[in-house]
Design a protein around this ligand. Sequence first.
Ligand code: ADP
Ligand code: MG
Length: 505
Amino acid sequence: MTDRPDDTSVRVALRIRPQSAKERIDMCQVCTSVTPGEPQVFLGKDKGFTYDFVFNMQSSQFEIYDNVARDLIDGTFEGYNATILAYGQTGSGKTYTMGTGFDISQLPEEVGIIPRAVEHLFKGIEERRQKAVETSKVPPEFKVNAQFMELYNEEIIDLLDTTRDPNEKGKRSHIKIHEDAHGGIYTVGVTTRQVVSLQDTIQCLKTGSLSRSTASTNMNAQSSRSHAIFTLHIKQQRVVSEEVGEGKENEGEEIMNEFETLTAKFHFVDLAGSERLKRTGATGERAKEGISINCGLLALGNVISALGDVMKKGSHVPYRDSKLTRLLQDSLGGNSQTLMIACISPSDRDFVETLNTMKYANRARNIKNKVVVNQDKTSRQIAELRAQVMQLQEELLDYKQGKRMVDPDGVESFNDMFHENTMLQTENDNLRQRIKAMQVTIDSLNTKNTELLAERTANNITNVEGGASSDEVSKLISGYIREIEELRQKLMESQTMADQMQRSV
Ligand code: ADP
Ligand code: MG
Protein backbone atom coordinates (compact mmCIF):
# COMPACT_ATOMS: atom_id res chain seq x y z
CA MET A 1 0.00 0.00 0.00
CA THR A 2 1.23 3.47 -0.76
CA ASP A 3 2.52 5.69 1.95
CA ARG A 4 0.10 8.49 2.70
CA PRO A 5 1.62 11.39 4.53
CA ASP A 6 -0.61 13.78 6.46
CA ASP A 7 0.61 16.67 4.46
CA THR A 8 0.45 16.35 0.73
CA SER A 9 0.79 18.88 -2.00
CA VAL A 10 -1.64 19.20 -4.86
CA ARG A 11 -0.14 17.15 -7.65
CA VAL A 12 -0.21 18.30 -11.22
CA ALA A 13 -0.16 16.23 -14.39
CA LEU A 14 0.22 17.90 -17.76
CA ARG A 15 -1.37 16.20 -20.72
CA ILE A 16 -0.71 17.16 -24.30
CA ARG A 17 -3.42 15.98 -26.68
CA PRO A 18 -2.53 14.92 -30.23
CA GLN A 19 -3.03 17.37 -33.06
CA SER A 20 -6.46 17.21 -34.62
CA ALA A 21 -6.98 16.53 -38.32
CA LYS A 22 -8.00 20.15 -38.76
CA GLU A 23 -4.81 21.38 -37.12
CA ARG A 24 -2.77 19.23 -39.44
CA ILE A 25 -4.70 20.45 -42.48
CA ASP A 26 -4.14 24.00 -41.27
CA MET A 27 -0.41 23.17 -41.13
CA CYS A 28 -0.13 23.99 -37.43
CA GLN A 29 3.31 23.33 -35.96
CA VAL A 30 3.86 21.39 -32.75
CA CYS A 31 5.40 23.81 -30.26
CA THR A 32 5.67 21.52 -27.22
CA SER A 33 8.50 19.11 -26.45
CA VAL A 34 8.81 16.70 -23.57
CA THR A 35 12.21 15.88 -22.06
CA PRO A 36 12.53 12.09 -22.34
CA GLY A 37 12.31 10.33 -18.98
CA GLU A 38 11.56 13.58 -17.14
CA PRO A 39 8.25 15.19 -16.15
CA GLN A 40 9.43 18.29 -17.94
CA VAL A 41 7.97 20.10 -20.92
CA PHE A 42 9.20 22.96 -23.09
CA LEU A 43 6.94 25.38 -24.85
CA GLY A 44 8.75 26.86 -27.81
CA LYS A 45 12.46 26.92 -27.22
CA ASP A 46 12.97 28.45 -23.82
CA LYS A 47 9.87 28.07 -21.65
CA GLY A 48 10.42 24.99 -19.54
CA PHE A 49 8.11 23.66 -16.79
CA THR A 50 8.32 20.66 -14.49
CA TYR A 51 5.26 18.87 -13.14
CA ASP A 52 4.58 15.72 -11.16
CA PHE A 53 3.67 13.92 -14.37
CA VAL A 54 3.83 14.81 -18.04
CA PHE A 55 1.92 12.86 -20.66
CA ASN A 56 2.84 13.48 -24.25
CA MET A 57 0.63 13.32 -27.32
CA GLN A 58 0.70 9.56 -27.78
CA SER A 59 -0.16 8.72 -24.16
CA SER A 60 -3.15 6.44 -23.70
CA GLN A 61 -6.18 6.81 -21.49
CA PHE A 62 -5.06 3.70 -19.59
CA GLU A 63 -1.62 5.18 -18.94
CA ILE A 64 -3.14 8.33 -17.46
CA TYR A 65 -5.54 6.39 -15.29
CA ASP A 66 -2.96 3.91 -14.10
CA ASN A 67 -0.37 6.54 -13.22
CA VAL A 68 -2.41 9.26 -11.60
CA ALA A 69 -5.91 8.12 -10.65
CA ARG A 70 -5.70 4.48 -9.53
CA ASP A 71 -4.00 5.30 -6.20
CA LEU A 72 -6.67 7.85 -5.39
CA ILE A 73 -9.42 5.24 -5.74
CA ASP A 74 -7.41 2.85 -3.57
CA GLY A 75 -7.18 5.66 -1.01
CA THR A 76 -10.96 5.98 -0.80
CA PHE A 77 -11.07 2.40 0.56
CA GLU A 78 -9.00 3.65 3.49
CA GLY A 79 -11.11 6.74 4.07
CA TYR A 80 -9.18 9.38 2.13
CA ASN A 81 -10.93 12.05 0.09
CA ALA A 82 -9.76 12.73 -3.43
CA THR A 83 -10.28 15.28 -6.17
CA ILE A 84 -9.31 15.29 -9.82
CA LEU A 85 -9.60 18.60 -11.65
CA ALA A 86 -9.27 18.90 -15.41
CA TYR A 87 -8.08 22.34 -16.42
CA GLY A 88 -7.33 23.84 -19.82
CA GLN A 89 -8.71 25.74 -22.76
CA THR A 90 -11.69 24.48 -24.70
CA GLY A 91 -10.70 21.69 -27.05
CA SER A 92 -7.61 20.72 -25.05
CA GLY A 93 -9.05 17.35 -23.99
CA LYS A 94 -10.54 17.91 -20.50
CA THR A 95 -13.78 16.07 -21.19
CA TYR A 96 -11.96 13.36 -23.13
CA THR A 97 -9.54 12.85 -20.22
CA MET A 98 -12.17 12.88 -17.47
CA GLY A 99 -14.69 10.84 -19.41
CA THR A 100 -17.64 13.07 -18.60
CA GLY A 101 -18.88 13.31 -22.16
CA PHE A 102 -20.58 10.40 -23.81
CA ASP A 103 -19.86 9.56 -27.35
CA ILE A 104 -21.71 6.52 -28.68
CA SER A 105 -18.86 5.73 -31.05
CA GLN A 106 -16.27 5.70 -28.26
CA LEU A 107 -13.87 2.76 -28.31
CA PRO A 108 -13.09 0.89 -25.06
CA GLU A 109 -9.50 2.20 -25.00
CA GLU A 110 -10.79 5.76 -25.31
CA VAL A 111 -12.79 5.59 -22.09
CA GLY A 112 -11.82 8.35 -19.68
CA ILE A 113 -10.93 8.49 -15.98
CA ILE A 114 -14.40 8.41 -14.41
CA PRO A 115 -15.63 5.13 -15.96
CA ARG A 116 -12.26 3.52 -15.22
CA ALA A 117 -12.33 4.76 -11.64
CA VAL A 118 -15.88 3.50 -11.13
CA GLU A 119 -14.95 0.12 -12.57
CA HIS A 120 -11.94 -0.09 -10.26
CA LEU A 121 -14.10 0.96 -7.32
CA PHE A 122 -16.74 -1.74 -7.82
CA LYS A 123 -14.06 -4.34 -8.54
CA GLY A 124 -12.31 -3.34 -5.34
CA ILE A 125 -15.56 -3.65 -3.40
CA GLU A 126 -16.17 -7.12 -4.82
CA GLU A 127 -12.60 -8.22 -4.08
CA ARG A 128 -12.81 -7.08 -0.47
CA ARG A 129 -16.11 -8.88 0.04
CA GLN A 130 -14.77 -12.02 -1.61
CA LYS A 131 -11.63 -12.00 0.51
CA ALA A 132 -13.68 -11.71 3.69
CA VAL A 133 -15.84 -14.67 2.66
CA GLU A 134 -12.76 -16.78 1.86
CA THR A 135 -11.19 -16.06 5.22
CA SER A 136 -14.53 -16.55 7.06
CA LYS A 137 -14.64 -12.95 8.18
CA VAL A 138 -17.57 -10.56 8.22
CA PRO A 139 -17.68 -8.99 4.72
CA PRO A 140 -17.44 -5.19 4.64
CA GLU A 141 -20.52 -3.27 3.60
CA PHE A 142 -20.31 -0.54 1.02
CA LYS A 143 -22.65 2.21 0.03
CA VAL A 144 -21.81 4.37 -2.96
CA ASN A 145 -23.76 7.52 -3.72
CA ALA A 146 -23.37 9.69 -6.79
CA GLN A 147 -24.05 13.37 -7.33
CA PHE A 148 -23.66 15.29 -10.54
CA MET A 149 -23.67 19.05 -10.53
CA GLU A 150 -23.01 21.75 -13.02
CA LEU A 151 -21.91 25.27 -12.27
CA TYR A 152 -23.19 27.66 -14.85
CA ASN A 153 -23.27 31.45 -14.41
CA GLU A 154 -22.64 31.07 -10.65
CA GLU A 155 -25.69 28.83 -10.48
CA ILE A 156 -25.64 25.24 -9.27
CA ILE A 157 -27.61 22.91 -11.50
CA ASP A 158 -28.49 19.47 -10.21
CA LEU A 159 -27.94 17.23 -13.21
CA LEU A 160 -29.55 14.19 -11.59
CA ASP A 161 -32.74 16.03 -10.67
CA THR A 162 -35.27 14.57 -13.08
CA THR A 163 -37.99 16.97 -11.98
CA ARG A 164 -35.95 19.96 -13.11
CA ASP A 165 -37.30 21.95 -16.03
CA PRO A 166 -34.38 22.45 -18.45
CA ASN A 167 -35.91 25.70 -19.68
CA GLU A 168 -35.71 27.24 -16.26
CA LYS A 169 -31.97 27.26 -16.19
CA GLY A 170 -31.76 30.77 -14.80
CA LYS A 171 -34.03 30.01 -11.87
CA ARG A 172 -32.35 29.98 -8.48
CA SER A 173 -31.81 26.52 -7.08
CA HIS A 174 -32.33 25.58 -3.44
CA ILE A 175 -28.89 24.02 -3.26
CA LYS A 176 -26.85 25.25 -0.34
CA ILE A 177 -23.17 24.82 0.36
CA HIS A 178 -22.21 24.33 4.02
CA GLU A 179 -19.12 23.72 6.06
CA ASP A 180 -19.03 21.24 8.94
CA ALA A 181 -17.14 21.64 12.24
CA HIS A 182 -14.01 20.05 10.78
CA GLY A 183 -13.91 22.32 7.73
CA GLY A 184 -15.48 19.73 5.42
CA ILE A 185 -17.76 21.06 2.70
CA TYR A 186 -21.14 19.49 2.04
CA THR A 187 -24.13 20.37 -0.06
CA VAL A 188 -27.79 20.35 0.87
CA GLY A 189 -30.55 19.84 -1.66
CA VAL A 190 -28.57 17.98 -4.31
CA THR A 191 -30.03 14.73 -5.67
CA THR A 192 -28.10 11.75 -4.40
CA ARG A 193 -28.37 8.54 -6.35
CA GLN A 194 -27.23 5.29 -4.80
CA VAL A 195 -25.22 3.27 -7.33
CA VAL A 196 -24.43 -0.42 -7.06
CA SER A 197 -22.52 -1.22 -10.24
CA LEU A 198 -20.47 0.23 -13.07
CA GLN A 199 -23.46 0.13 -15.43
CA ASP A 200 -25.60 1.85 -12.85
CA THR A 201 -23.10 4.68 -12.44
CA ILE A 202 -22.53 5.05 -16.18
CA GLN A 203 -26.29 5.39 -16.63
CA CYS A 204 -26.23 8.12 -14.02
CA LEU A 205 -23.40 9.92 -15.80
CA LYS A 206 -25.14 9.64 -19.17
CA THR A 207 -28.39 11.06 -17.85
CA GLY A 208 -26.50 13.95 -16.29
CA SER A 209 -24.26 14.62 -19.27
CA LEU A 210 -27.24 14.87 -21.58
CA SER A 211 -28.70 17.69 -19.57
CA ARG A 212 -25.44 19.63 -19.36
CA SER A 213 -25.34 23.07 -20.80
CA THR A 214 -23.53 22.87 -24.05
CA ALA A 215 -23.46 25.55 -26.63
CA SER A 216 -21.50 25.93 -29.77
CA THR A 217 -18.68 28.43 -30.02
CA ASN A 218 -16.26 28.60 -32.88
CA MET A 219 -13.60 26.88 -30.79
CA ASN A 220 -15.24 23.57 -30.23
CA ALA A 221 -18.63 22.47 -31.43
CA GLN A 222 -19.28 20.32 -28.34
CA SER A 223 -17.64 22.68 -25.93
CA SER A 224 -19.14 23.07 -22.54
CA ARG A 225 -19.22 26.51 -21.04
CA SER A 226 -19.68 25.31 -17.52
CA HIS A 227 -17.96 23.34 -14.79
CA ALA A 228 -19.15 19.77 -14.28
CA ILE A 229 -18.64 18.16 -10.88
CA PHE A 230 -19.31 14.46 -10.53
CA THR A 231 -19.02 13.27 -6.95
CA LEU A 232 -18.93 9.81 -5.44
CA HIS A 233 -19.53 9.35 -1.73
CA ILE A 234 -18.14 6.03 -0.57
CA LYS A 235 -19.16 4.66 2.80
CA GLN A 236 -17.62 1.49 4.11
CA GLN A 237 -18.56 -0.44 7.21
CA ARG A 238 -16.05 -3.07 8.14
CA VAL A 239 -15.25 -5.20 11.12
CA VAL A 240 -11.91 -4.56 12.67
CA SER A 241 -10.44 -7.05 15.09
CA GLU A 242 -8.58 -5.67 18.03
CA GLU A 243 -6.67 -7.38 20.78
CA VAL A 244 -7.72 -6.19 24.18
CA GLY A 245 -6.81 -6.71 27.83
CA GLU A 246 -3.40 -8.34 27.63
CA GLY A 247 -4.43 -10.27 30.67
CA LYS A 248 -2.95 -9.82 34.07
CA GLU A 249 -5.61 -12.08 35.44
CA ASN A 250 -6.73 -13.81 32.27
CA GLU A 251 -3.63 -15.01 30.53
CA GLY A 252 -3.59 -14.50 26.78
CA GLU A 253 -5.52 -11.80 24.98
CA GLU A 254 -9.11 -11.51 23.96
CA ILE A 255 -10.07 -10.57 20.38
CA MET A 256 -12.65 -7.78 20.18
CA ASN A 257 -14.60 -7.24 16.97
CA GLU A 258 -16.01 -3.84 16.29
CA PHE A 259 -17.49 -1.90 13.41
CA GLU A 260 -15.56 0.86 11.82
CA THR A 261 -17.10 3.26 9.35
CA LEU A 262 -14.88 4.90 6.79
CA THR A 263 -16.15 7.52 4.41
CA ALA A 264 -14.55 9.16 1.41
CA LYS A 265 -15.59 11.74 -1.11
CA PHE A 266 -14.26 11.73 -4.64
CA HIS A 267 -14.78 14.81 -6.83
CA PHE A 268 -14.24 14.55 -10.56
CA VAL A 269 -14.21 18.07 -11.96
CA ASP A 270 -14.35 18.94 -15.63
CA LEU A 271 -13.71 22.68 -15.56
CA ALA A 272 -14.94 25.13 -18.15
CA GLY A 273 -12.57 26.31 -20.86
CA SER A 274 -9.85 28.54 -19.52
CA GLU A 275 -9.46 30.60 -22.70
CA ARG A 276 -9.87 34.32 -22.88
CA LEU A 277 -13.35 35.40 -23.81
CA LYS A 278 -11.99 37.49 -26.67
CA ARG A 279 -10.63 34.57 -28.64
CA THR A 280 -13.86 32.58 -28.70
CA GLY A 281 -15.50 35.43 -30.61
CA ALA A 282 -18.58 35.09 -28.46
CA THR A 283 -21.13 37.87 -28.28
CA GLY A 284 -24.30 38.69 -26.37
CA GLU A 285 -25.68 35.96 -24.14
CA ARG A 286 -22.68 33.77 -24.91
CA ALA A 287 -20.38 36.57 -23.85
CA LYS A 288 -22.16 36.86 -20.53
CA GLU A 289 -21.58 33.16 -19.95
CA GLY A 290 -17.96 33.61 -20.84
CA ILE A 291 -17.47 36.34 -18.26
CA SER A 292 -19.19 34.30 -15.60
CA ILE A 293 -17.25 31.16 -16.38
CA ASN A 294 -14.04 33.05 -16.14
CA CYS A 295 -15.24 34.41 -12.82
CA GLY A 296 -15.20 30.90 -11.34
CA LEU A 297 -11.82 30.16 -12.84
CA LEU A 298 -10.53 33.55 -11.79
CA ALA A 299 -11.56 32.84 -8.20
CA LEU A 300 -9.93 29.42 -8.49
CA GLY A 301 -6.75 31.15 -9.67
CA ASN A 302 -6.89 33.56 -6.73
CA VAL A 303 -7.40 30.71 -4.27
CA ILE A 304 -4.50 28.81 -5.82
CA SER A 305 -2.25 31.83 -5.62
CA ALA A 306 -3.29 32.66 -2.03
CA LEU A 307 -2.55 29.07 -1.00
CA GLY A 308 0.49 28.51 -3.12
CA ASP A 309 2.35 31.77 -3.09
CA VAL A 310 4.95 31.76 -0.35
CA MET A 311 4.68 35.55 -0.04
CA LYS A 312 0.95 35.31 0.56
CA LYS A 313 1.11 32.52 3.16
CA GLY A 314 -1.31 33.07 5.96
CA SER A 315 -3.35 35.63 4.08
CA HIS A 316 -7.08 35.35 3.47
CA VAL A 317 -8.08 32.63 1.00
CA PRO A 318 -11.03 33.87 -1.09
CA TYR A 319 -12.98 30.59 -1.23
CA ARG A 320 -16.28 32.46 -1.00
CA ASP A 321 -15.65 34.51 -4.12
CA SER A 322 -17.30 31.86 -6.30
CA LYS A 323 -19.46 28.78 -5.95
CA LEU A 324 -16.73 26.74 -7.63
CA THR A 325 -14.06 27.59 -5.07
CA ARG A 326 -16.50 27.22 -2.18
CA LEU A 327 -17.51 23.75 -3.39
CA LEU A 328 -13.90 22.76 -3.86
CA GLN A 329 -12.70 24.35 -0.61
CA ASP A 330 -11.67 21.06 1.02
CA SER A 331 -9.96 19.96 -2.20
CA LEU A 332 -7.73 23.04 -2.15
CA GLY A 333 -5.70 23.31 1.00
CA GLY A 334 -8.04 21.02 2.94
CA ASN A 335 -8.66 17.35 3.54
CA SER A 336 -8.25 15.81 0.09
CA GLN A 337 -5.65 14.25 -2.12
CA THR A 338 -5.91 16.52 -5.09
CA LEU A 339 -4.71 16.11 -8.62
CA MET A 340 -4.95 18.69 -11.34
CA ILE A 341 -4.69 17.51 -14.93
CA ALA A 342 -3.71 20.45 -17.07
CA CYS A 343 -4.73 19.75 -20.65
CA ILE A 344 -2.98 21.52 -23.48
CA SER A 345 -2.90 21.62 -27.25
CA PRO A 346 0.46 21.05 -28.91
CA SER A 347 -0.23 23.48 -31.74
CA ASP A 348 1.53 26.79 -32.15
CA ARG A 349 -1.69 28.71 -32.70
CA ASP A 350 -2.67 27.92 -29.08
CA PHE A 351 0.73 29.06 -27.77
CA VAL A 352 -0.58 31.89 -25.57
CA GLU A 353 -3.35 29.83 -23.97
CA THR A 354 -1.01 26.91 -23.49
CA LEU A 355 1.51 29.15 -21.73
CA ASN A 356 -1.24 30.48 -19.44
CA THR A 357 -2.37 26.96 -18.59
CA MET A 358 1.19 25.88 -17.84
CA LYS A 359 1.75 28.82 -15.49
CA TYR A 360 -1.60 28.30 -13.77
CA ALA A 361 -0.89 24.59 -13.26
CA ASN A 362 2.59 25.31 -12.00
CA ARG A 363 1.24 27.50 -9.21
CA ALA A 364 -1.22 24.80 -8.13
CA ARG A 365 1.70 22.53 -7.25
CA ASN A 366 2.54 24.76 -4.29
CA ILE A 367 -0.72 24.05 -2.49
CA LYS A 368 -0.32 21.92 0.60
CA ASN A 369 -3.29 19.84 1.67
CA LYS A 370 -3.90 18.23 5.03
CA VAL A 371 -5.04 14.70 4.38
CA VAL A 372 -6.71 12.75 7.17
CA VAL A 373 -8.70 9.53 7.32
CA ASN A 374 -12.46 9.98 7.60
CA GLN A 375 -13.04 7.46 10.32
CA ASP A 376 -16.40 7.74 12.01
CA LYS A 377 -16.61 9.13 15.50
CA THR A 378 -18.42 6.16 17.01
CA SER A 379 -15.61 3.68 16.53
CA ARG A 380 -13.09 6.21 17.82
CA GLN A 381 -15.40 6.80 20.78
CA ILE A 382 -15.67 3.07 21.46
CA ALA A 383 -11.89 2.83 21.64
CA GLU A 384 -11.77 5.75 24.07
CA LEU A 385 -14.54 4.30 26.22
CA ARG A 386 -12.83 0.95 26.35
CA ALA A 387 -9.66 2.55 27.69
CA GLN A 388 -11.75 4.39 30.25
CA VAL A 389 -13.45 1.18 31.41
CA MET A 390 -10.07 -0.45 31.94
CA GLN A 391 -8.87 2.49 34.00
CA LEU A 392 -12.02 2.44 36.12
CA GLN A 393 -11.73 -1.29 36.69
CA GLU A 394 -8.23 -0.78 38.05
CA GLU A 395 -9.45 1.99 40.28
CA LEU A 396 -12.30 -0.12 41.57
CA LEU A 397 -9.87 -2.86 42.46
CA ASP A 398 -7.87 -0.30 44.43
CA TYR A 399 -10.97 0.64 46.42
CA LYS A 400 -11.78 -2.99 47.04
CA GLN A 401 -8.28 -3.60 48.35
CA GLY A 402 -8.53 -0.46 50.43
CA LYS A 403 -5.67 1.14 48.60
CA ARG A 404 -7.81 4.16 47.88
CA MET A 405 -10.45 5.84 49.95
CA VAL A 406 -12.77 8.81 49.98
CA ASP A 407 -12.81 10.89 53.15
CA PRO A 408 -16.04 12.40 54.60
CA ASP A 409 -15.39 15.61 52.62
CA GLY A 410 -15.49 13.61 49.44
CA VAL A 411 -11.77 14.04 48.86
CA GLU A 412 -10.19 11.04 47.25
CA SER A 413 -6.88 9.85 48.60
CA PHE A 414 -4.63 6.89 48.90
CA ASN A 415 -5.24 5.21 52.23
CA ASP A 416 -2.58 5.35 54.99
CA MET A 417 -4.31 2.36 56.55
CA PHE A 418 -3.40 0.41 53.50
CA HIS A 419 0.30 1.01 54.05
CA GLU A 420 -0.05 0.42 57.78
CA ASN A 421 -1.87 -2.79 57.10
CA THR A 422 0.86 -4.00 54.83
CA MET A 423 3.47 -3.21 57.53
CA LEU A 424 1.49 -4.96 60.25
CA GLN A 425 1.05 -7.95 58.05
CA THR A 426 4.83 -8.26 57.66
CA GLU A 427 5.34 -7.88 61.39
CA ASN A 428 2.73 -10.51 62.02
CA ASP A 429 4.50 -12.91 59.78
CA ASN A 430 7.75 -12.36 61.69
CA LEU A 431 6.07 -12.89 65.05
CA ARG A 432 4.40 -16.04 63.88
CA GLN A 433 7.80 -17.37 63.02
CA ARG A 434 9.13 -16.50 66.46
CA ILE A 435 6.23 -18.30 68.08
CA LYS A 436 7.11 -21.34 66.08
CA ALA A 437 10.69 -21.14 67.31
CA MET A 438 9.55 -20.74 70.89
CA GLN A 439 7.28 -23.70 70.62
CA VAL A 440 10.30 -25.70 69.68
CA THR A 441 12.17 -24.36 72.75
CA ILE A 442 9.25 -25.18 75.01
CA ASP A 443 9.18 -28.69 73.65
CA SER A 444 12.83 -29.20 74.37
CA LEU A 445 12.48 -27.69 77.86
CA ASN A 446 9.63 -30.05 78.60
CA THR A 447 11.81 -32.95 77.64
CA LYS A 448 14.59 -31.69 79.85
CA ASN A 449 12.17 -31.18 82.72
CA THR A 450 10.97 -34.72 82.46
CA GLU A 451 14.53 -35.94 82.44
CA LEU A 452 15.29 -33.97 85.56
CA LEU A 453 12.23 -35.29 87.35
CA ALA A 454 13.30 -38.76 86.46
CA GLU A 455 16.80 -38.09 87.76
CA ARG A 456 15.43 -36.74 91.00
CA THR A 457 13.39 -39.82 91.59
CA ALA A 458 16.43 -41.93 90.80
CA ASN A 459 18.45 -39.94 93.30
CA ASN A 460 15.90 -40.48 96.01
CA ILE A 461 16.16 -44.12 95.31
CA THR A 462 19.99 -44.11 95.49
CA ASN A 463 19.86 -42.09 98.74
CA VAL A 464 17.69 -44.66 100.34
CA GLU A 465 19.85 -47.46 99.09
CA GLY A 466 23.41 -46.01 99.21
CA GLY A 467 22.96 -43.80 102.34
CA ALA A 468 25.06 -40.92 100.97
CA SER A 469 25.28 -37.63 102.84
CA SER A 470 21.76 -36.20 103.04
CA ASP A 471 23.18 -32.70 102.94
CA GLU A 472 24.74 -33.18 99.58
CA VAL A 473 21.64 -34.74 98.21
CA SER A 474 19.33 -32.02 99.42
CA LYS A 475 21.63 -29.38 97.90
CA LEU A 476 21.52 -31.15 94.60
CA ILE A 477 17.76 -31.46 94.73
CA SER A 478 17.25 -27.83 95.60
CA GLY A 479 19.51 -26.93 92.68
CA TYR A 480 17.40 -29.01 90.38
CA ILE A 481 14.19 -27.56 91.71
CA ARG A 482 15.47 -24.07 91.12
CA GLU A 483 16.32 -24.99 87.65
CA ILE A 484 12.87 -26.49 87.16
CA GLU A 485 11.23 -23.35 88.51
CA GLU A 486 13.27 -21.16 86.26
CA LEU A 487 12.35 -23.24 83.31
CA ARG A 488 8.69 -23.23 84.28
CA GLN A 489 8.82 -19.47 84.52
CA LYS A 490 10.36 -19.23 81.10
CA LEU A 491 7.79 -21.59 79.76
CA MET A 492 4.94 -19.57 81.23
CA GLU A 493 6.38 -16.44 79.77
CA SER A 494 6.67 -18.01 76.37
CA GLN A 495 3.16 -19.33 76.55
CA THR A 496 1.72 -15.94 77.48
CA MET A 497 3.63 -14.28 74.70
CA ALA A 498 2.46 -16.88 72.29
CA ASP A 499 -1.14 -16.35 73.39
CA GLN A 500 -0.81 -12.61 73.00
CA MET A 501 0.62 -12.94 69.56
CA GLN A 502 -2.06 -15.35 68.54
CA ARG A 503 -4.64 -12.83 69.65
CA SER A 504 -3.01 -9.90 67.84
CA VAL A 505 -2.79 -11.96 64.65
P1 ADP B 1 -12.42 20.03 -23.80
O1 ADP B 1 -13.33 19.25 -22.91
O2 ADP B 1 -11.18 20.44 -23.11
O3 ADP B 1 -13.09 21.15 -24.45
P2 ADP B 1 -12.49 17.69 -25.42
O4 ADP B 1 -12.20 16.66 -24.41
O5 ADP B 1 -13.89 17.87 -25.81
O6 ADP B 1 -11.90 19.08 -24.94
O7 ADP B 1 -11.55 17.40 -26.64
C1 ADP B 1 -11.67 18.06 -27.88
C2 ADP B 1 -11.54 17.04 -29.00
O8 ADP B 1 -10.26 16.48 -29.00
C3 ADP B 1 -12.49 15.91 -28.87
O9 ADP B 1 -12.96 15.54 -30.14
C4 ADP B 1 -11.67 14.77 -28.30
O10 ADP B 1 -12.15 13.52 -28.70
C5 ADP B 1 -10.31 15.08 -28.90
N1 ADP B 1 -9.24 14.68 -27.97
C6 ADP B 1 -8.90 15.32 -26.84
N2 ADP B 1 -7.86 14.72 -26.23
C7 ADP B 1 -7.55 13.67 -27.01
C8 ADP B 1 -6.54 12.63 -26.93
N3 ADP B 1 -5.66 12.60 -25.93
N4 ADP B 1 -6.50 11.71 -27.89
C9 ADP B 1 -7.37 11.75 -28.90
N5 ADP B 1 -8.33 12.68 -29.03
C10 ADP B 1 -8.42 13.63 -28.12
MG1 MG C 1 -15.24 19.66 -22.38
